[in-house]
Design a protein around this ligand. Structure first.
Ligand SMILES: [Zn+2]
Length: 500
């Protein structure tokens, strides 16, 4: 067994892939057939060959990652580097008198009292204390999480709490962060990243907030429409909003400077956080839509944050109406909405019945993030049918769903979507927090669900087909993907011979 794997690795590394595209069609076809056969052998039986399958999914061309949170994608180790570069410190203990909280970053250590300074250590000291370092990684991510052996919060709280720890450094240098994500993408044979880098700015003026403060779940359609119209008129004529919008777009341009090249491209989704007051949500949503209209770098708008929390559940329908209102005024803006990231027991059953439906029918979503509670939606078969007809793609995040929701393996609705012909893509969500990467997500997908090689390829192409790139760029990215697959299959085609 060992010998076989060594031979496989040696052979893969030794191959010259540059010739792939110059080969005649018959050679492309024979490479495809050989890759199909090789892959079928790997997934065959009750115990798929995970080691060789890992090699296979690492090398597999990935197209794009369409559900990707920038700050959640960066690993805690990198954030610790950034703590060091900025001379910040991290509390090593919680003390109510000192107001220190273990694992929390302090950005101005010089302003701390002497006693507080004594329990706030720099990045080097963190790394030298292996026990604390290990504890910190576990607190800033899902690393080694085990609810039975550690006094840790529930998985969903653990996951979302991590952002509170590294938020103090996650906006340190967007360009540097994107460079590191690009480097990771290249090693994964990934050509396109559609990431949520930074939310649309909100407006916090009291005279604006009062325009939406009367809205509650009992407000009529007319009351909502009237309030949104007044709020919209305010924002479109407010000079400060315009300044914030321009600053926001400029920051995204700066972040993206020098990132795109022949083999890699990054685009952004603007987004709004769903657990805020209506005025904050609507103003952030407005600047997100406006940025998507004004900047080619912003290809879509999203809504993020824990969907099961009180405000998100209470205002869900209102949020969808806000999307619908703005979509009418910015019809070209594409929407990918986190919807149905819920399970039975997480919220009352009534809360599982309409989120995906409203995201599609009210807000006009082009893609759905997660869509895990689909089976609990009212008339789910009809909704699945509509998703298929309208070609609304589902962004499937297997590791994230397994950790936060506990939904995995045969319980995951990816098979339900596949069975009903609803398009889907494989994506990462927050690879840094989850301690995974896109190759790992594909590995989970193939080992759990065993799609055929042609189905797998189809899913990879979906990541360009359902991206929010303009049609001409999709065309270019598809051609690049063709080339990547030709090279990949040319390399894989030698593997069975090597094993023999
Ligand atoms: Zn997400």
């Amino acid at each position: 067994m060992k010998t076989n794997i060594t031979l496989v690795l040696a052979c893969v590394l030794a191959l010259n892939s540059a010739e792939a595209n110059e080969k005649p069609a018959s050679s492309l076809q024979s490479n495809l057939v050989a890759t199909r056969n090789h892959y079928s052998q790997l997934i065959a039986g009750d115990a798929p060959n995970i080691a060789v399958l890992t090699l296979f999914t690492n090398m597999l061309p990935k197209g794009g990652d369409l559900h990707h949170h920038y700050s959640g994608a960066i690993y805690a180790e990198t954030y610790l580097d950034w703590v060091g570069e900025q001379n910040y410190c991290i509390y090593r203990a919680t003390d109510t008198q000192l107001k220190s909280e273990k694992f929390r970053i302090v950005s101005k250590p010089q302003e701390l009292s002497e006693a507080a300074r004594a329990v706030c250590i720099n990045a080097d000291a963190v790394r030298q204390d292996s026990l604390f370092y290990n504890e910190l990684l576990k607190r800033w991510s899902d690393k080694d999480y085990d609810n039975h052996f550690h006094e840790q919060p529930a998985p969903d709280l653990q996951f979302f709490d991590t952002f509170g720890y590294f938020n103090a450094v996650s906006n340190y240098d967007y360009n540097k962060g994107l460079q590191s994500l690009k480097a990771r993408a290249k090693t994964e044979n990934l050509g396109y990243l559609e990431t949520m880098l930074k939310g649309g700015p909100s407006i916090d003026k009291p005279e604006f907030e009062t325009l939406l403060s009367t809205l509650d779940p009992s407000s009529s359609e007319q009351q909502i429409e009237k309030a949104l119209l007044n709020a919209y008129d305010f924002l479109t004529s407010d000079a400060d909003t315009s300044t914030k919008l321009n600053t926001y777009i400029k920051s995204l341009q700066d972040a993206a400077t020098g990132i795109d090249d022949e083999n890699f491209k990054v685009r952004f989704q603007a987004y709004v956080s769903r657990n805020n007051a209506p005025a904050k949500v609507f103003s952030s949503l407005y600047t997100s839509f406006a940025a998507a209209k004004d900047s080619k770098l912003v290809v879509g708008v999203n809504i993020v944050g824990p969907e099961n929390r009180h405000v998100a559940m209470r205002d869900y329908s209102l949020h969808m109406k806000m999307f619908a209102f703005l979509k009418k005024r910015f019809p070209s803006v594409k929407l990918s909405l986190h919807a149905g990231e819920l399970t039975l027991g997480m919220v009352p059953p009534e809360g599982l019945r309409s989120h995906i439906h409203e995201a599609v029918f009210v807000a006009g979503a082009n893609r759905i993030g997660h869509g895990v509670d689909i089976a609990h939606e009212t008339d789910a078969p009809e909704l699945l049918n509509i998703l298929k007809q309208r070609m609304v793609a589902i962004e499937v995040n297997l590791t994230s769903n397994a950790f936060i929701l506990g939904v995995k393996n045969e319980a995951h609705p990816v098979q339900l979507y596949a069975r009903h012909g609803v398009p889907f893509v494989i994506s990462t969500d927050d690879a840094g927090v989850s301690r995974n990467n896109l190759s790992g997500e594909y590995l989970l997908y193939v080992r759990n669900y065993k799609p055929s090689y042609d189905e797998l390829k189809h899913i990879v192409y979906n990541s360009i087909r359902y991206s929010f790139l303009p049609d001409d760029e999709k065309h270019d990215e598809t051609e690049k993907l063709d080339k990547r697959f030709a090279e990949f299959e040319a390399r894989i085609a030698t593997l069975p011979r090597a094993i023999l």
